[in-house]
Ligand binder design. Structure first.
Ligand code: GDP
Length: 421
């Protein structure tokens, strides 16, 4: 771990536009692939008569890790620049990428959008940009990638830039702040070094743009919220819930409460990276032990918070949702599974209160009979089992969710207000 400030970065964009290759290139060029691994690739490459091109081997290895990583919710790749220590949130190419992007989105501070120069804006480009916006990604860096395939043509670059700007305007992203960079992840143009192939471009390289991102402010002032990922029993210690601190601070001696299981106790120990620590902050993955809380008292999906400011449990909540893909229409009574932080709970959409015009944010229709793909709406939701969730105004990190049905992400949203149980 480095003592540089930390940035969580999402890499988003349409399938095959080069997200994984870009991540591989970033790791490779920042020296984040250990020297001995590169050396091993170099030897392997020479043996196979492909001497000199280690990058391809790095990529193969990453691809393999991806395959193995499919059961892991979020894959962490890490690299550092002069300014920051970056963790890539999520695993590009993961089949649950969109879902993870939402449930892990509280983590991502900023995003790189990869758009292939020879293919332009595609459905997933739109979907990811829309989600990034809904979920509060602050800054977007756009890599117009595969410039080698369009002979580094400035005209082709500009037309993709225009296309993306239109898309950003549609979802009301701040177009002025967005940075566009012509890249080839494969050839390495404008990733860490200025490319001679794009003499018409005088902006930053991708690494420069990453260095220039504003420093994220960790939500340490908010009350503690720590969604539980798993609960283990460890001999000599006892029950050990694990999870990532989303907001606030977890300290030994604190009185904490788990909701909706509704049990509480005093924090005895906090562990991070197999070492005992006095406290944990937002972004820290911890295991901890609470006096008097047993393995069967709590479960994945519970949220841990201060006993005197416990996580909110919703009777109903009002939310703004965006329907991404639904084969037919959504009407009141629809009961899909909501994924919020580590919880998965069936929830009924009790009423569709307003349809919103996504391009202006204005109310387009009161009490519509149904909503469908592409629509944004305000809905009232009733969890079928107790669910801890927060208003995104109070605690944005715990205020967003994905709606899954029929094996796909149907919609995403954020909580506007909670009617407490
Ligand atoms: P992802 O699905 O967005 O993660 O895309 P990948 O990184 O898997 O890339 C998809 C394909 O495009 C692979 O065959 C890559 O080798 C290729 N690719 C990625 N970046 C570039 C690039 O800059 N130029 C060219 N020519 N091909 C690229």
């Amino acid at each position: 771990m480095s003592d540089k400030p930390h940035q969580n970065l999402a890499v988003i964009g349409h399938v095959d536009h080069g997200k994984s290759t870009m991540v591989g290139r970033l790791l490779f060029e920042t020296g984040s692939v250990p020297e001995h691994v590169i050396e091993q690739y170099r030897e392997e490459a020479e043996e196979k008569g492909k001497g000199g091109f280690e990058f391809a081997y790095v990529m193969d290895n990453l691809a393999e890790e991806r395959e193995r990583g499919v059961t892991i919710d979020i894959a962490h790749q890490e690299f550092d620049t002069d300014e920051y220590y970056f963790t890539i949130v999520d695993c590009p190419g993961h089949r649950d990428f969109v879902k993870n992007m939402i449930t892990g989105a509280s983590q991502a501070d900023n995003a790189v959008l990869v758009v292939a120069a020879d293919d332009g804006v595609q459905p997933q480009t739109q979907e990811h940009v829309f989600l990034a916006r809904t979920l509060g990604i602050d800054e977007l860096i756009i890599a117009v990638n595969k410039m080698d395939l369009v002979d580094y043509s400035e005209g082709d670059y500009e037309s993709v830039v225009d296309e993306v700007k239109k898309l950003l305007q549609q979802v009301r992203f701040n177009v002025e702040d967005a940075k566009f960079i012509p890249t080839s992840a494969f050839e390495g143009d404008n990733v860490s070094e200025e490319s001679e192939n794009t003499p018409w471009y005088d902006g930053p390289t991708l690494l420069d743009a990453l260095n220039d991102l504003p420093e994220p402010q960790p939500p340490t002032d908010a009350p503690l919220r720590l969604p539980i990922q798993d609960v283990y029993t460890i001999s000599g210690i006892g029950t050990v819930p694990v999870g990532r601190v989303e907001t606030g601070i977890l300290k030994t001696g604190d009185n904490v409460s788990f909701q909706p299981s509704d049990v509480s106790g005093e924090v005895k120990t906090v562990e991070m990276h197999h070492e005992e620590v006095p406290q944990a902050e937002p972004g820290d993955n911890v295991g901890f032990n609470v006096r008097g809380v047993g393995k069967d008292d709590i479960r994945r999906g519970d949220v841990c918070g201060p006993a005197d400011d416990p996580p909110t449990v919703a009777e109903t909540f009002q939310a703004q949702v965006v329907v991404m893909q639904h084969p037919s229409v959504i009407t009141a009574g629809y009961t899909p599974v909501f994924h919020a932080h580590t919880a998965q709970v069936a929830c009924t959409i009790e009423s569709i209160d307003k349809k919103i015009d996504p391009s202006s944010g204005e109310v387009a229709e009161e009490n519509p009979d149904f909503i469908q793909s592409g629509d944004a709406a305000v809905v009232t939701v009733r969890p079928q089992k107790p669910l801890s969730i927060e208003s995104s105004n109070d605690i944005p990190e715990l205020g967003s969710f994905a709606i899954r049905d029929m094996g796909q992400t149907v919609a995403a949203g954020k909580v506007l207000s909670v009617n407490e149980r």
